[in-house]
Ligand binder design. Structure first.
Ligand code: GRF
Length: 225
């Protein structure tokens, strides 16, 4: 029996995505959350970690603190195989990205490469989505590197923007899908990391994206022609 791989989850906020990952990575999973790290001592995510009995680390960017060195030490101490960013509002230090190249993953609450980059976090993202008038949004899971929201896209899932939506309504609709999507993408990635293989794309959608009301028997889907 091979040992489960160990994830560090980096979170700055309330940590509902962390909770989804904790709830998913139980006995049957091929991975575990082995560390929760935050830049904020008051992050709700740390309370969730404590409740789950998962080790916590706070690495706050204060004068005289070598954030990169402290992070690398914590990751080493807890024998961490990969890093999951879940509402972590700072750039991951270059040395951590280098040490875990291809094993740092982020979830972003919009369909990258739109609505990403510096300053695009929290409600800013959903307000920008409404301002742009797009009719579809949704989470993106991607590899993280030294630049915000730039790395290779691993998975996305569409979420409708409805007439009259507020940013809060869109955020809640997207967040629910994030909780479903993120753990499943990690399940997909773990065997590639374990075996040191090149990542292959995940096909979560199958043939799910059909126009509403269509079915293969009616043959109204343009993809069927
Ligand atoms: C999520 O919307 C995630 O996509 C973004 O930050 C938010 C974190 O929410 N990166 P939570 O702390 O997991 O509830």
């Amino acid at each position: 029996m091979t040992r489960p791989l160990r994830a560090a989850v980096f979170a700055s906020g309330g940590g509902t995505n962390l909770q989804a990952l904790l709830d998913h990575a139980t006995d049957d999973a091929a991975w575990r959350v082995g560390l929760v790290l935050s830049n904020r001592p008051d992050a709700g995510a740390l309370v969730r970690a404590e409740d789950a009995g998962v080790p916590r680390a706070v690495v706050a960017p204060e004068p005289g603190v070598d954030v990169e060195a402290r992070m690398l030490a914590a990751l080493h101490e807890h024998d961490i195989d990969f890093v999951l960013l879940a509402g972590y509002l700072r750039l991951v230090p270059a040395g951590v990205v280098t040490r875990y190249r291809g094993r740092v993953v982020n979830i972003h609450p919009a369909l990258l490469p739109s609505f990403g980059g510096k300053g695009m976090y929290g409600m800013n993202v959903h307000r920008a989505v409404l301002d742009a008038g797009v009719r579809v949004t949704g989470p993106t899971v991607h590899l993280a590197d030294e630049v915000y929201d730039r790395g290779r896209i691993l998975a996305q899932w569409p979420v409708p923007v409805r007439p009259g939506d507020t940013a809060e309504a869109v955020a809640a609709r997207v967040l629910e899908v994030e909780h479903w999507l993120y753990p499943r993408v990690v399940d997909h990635l773990v065997p590639f990391w374990r075996e040191g293989r090149e990542l292959e794309p995940i096909d979560l959608a199958g043939d799910a994206f059909r126009p509403v009301g269509s079915s293969s028997s009616e043959s109204q889907n343009p993809n069927d022609r």
